[in-house]
Design a protein around this ligand. Sequence first.
Ligand code: C2E
Ligand code: MG
Ligand code: MG
Length: 297
Amino acid sequence: LFPKAGQQIDDLLREADTAMYRAKSAGRNRIAFFELTMQHEVEERLALEQELKEALAGEQLRLDVQSQVDAQGREVAGELLLRWLHPTRGLLPPMRFIPLAEETGLILPLGEWVIEQACHTLARMRRQGLTQSLAVNVSARQFRSEDFVPRVQAILQRTGAPAQQLVFEVTESLFIQDWDNSLRRIIELVKMGIRFSIDDFGTGYSSLSYLQRLPLFELKIDRGFVQDTPQNINNKAIVQSILSMAQHLGLEVVAEGVETQAQADFLRASHCHRLQGYLYSQPQPLQDWLAHIGLND
Ligand code: C2E
Ligand code: MG
Ligand code: MG
């Protein structure tokens, strides 16, 4: 396969490295051959990484909010969803840059910015007597960073935000590794008043035993299970089992990705009283959402 015409030793090593990276990211212990498209991907990643650093410094990041409604359709909470308003690529959804931010460690400043925004907003809301809570997605890498707990504490103090209105959404992956550490941190944060929600519940590979050992507040049923209910009897059974389990464990449940009235009717009939999805509202810019819930400037 080599050397190809005109190829230098450096090219060869770089290609080998790229192929190795691909083999690792495909689950390790594999063989991968270098292909030209891989080189483009690597360059694309590097460019995006550099641009993400600039996005953090400049004001290209934006927060959208999606409402969660209760049984009466009242907005009781909002989930903050990050967007990147890229100068040339347009509006990028989180799936385009969060994984990269996690790999490169940029998720630490990025995640901190989101928590900071949430806390500033909550402090403003409290001054006007608005009691909705705000949920922030916290990635595992961010949660595990050395000084996560003191940093969160500092933000709460600096902003004067009511911690009781702040919810951290984490995924089950947090409990697969480093259990003792995660448990200790969650307990510390819960003591400050923050509540914990398990996002995309049911899609991870963790054991259910963590549910009774953690001071959790809520589960969010993954939208994959909500889809196709009530027609799909398997999804229907999974949703009902989650609801019944949560009820026995004293946990709240939010159903994600509710798109149709039939899904909402089924969920309500199954005693799920917190719903989030396009049926109620699309994610909207933070300022618009605040105006909508009645915050005055
Ligand atoms: P998630 O936390 O599970 O957020 C729900 C996602 O479902 C959002 O996608 C939302 O726009 C979308 N969604 C809401 N209702 C519906 C619906 O009725 N139908 C369908 N098909 N989709 C619906 P989005 O905003 O693209 O976010 C994707 C993921 O990116 C989030 O999933 C979350 O894991 C991650 N993410 C977003 N913001 C942040 C952040 O600030 N930090 C971290 N670490 N992750 C974030
Ligand atoms: Mg979420
Ligand atoms: Mg989710």
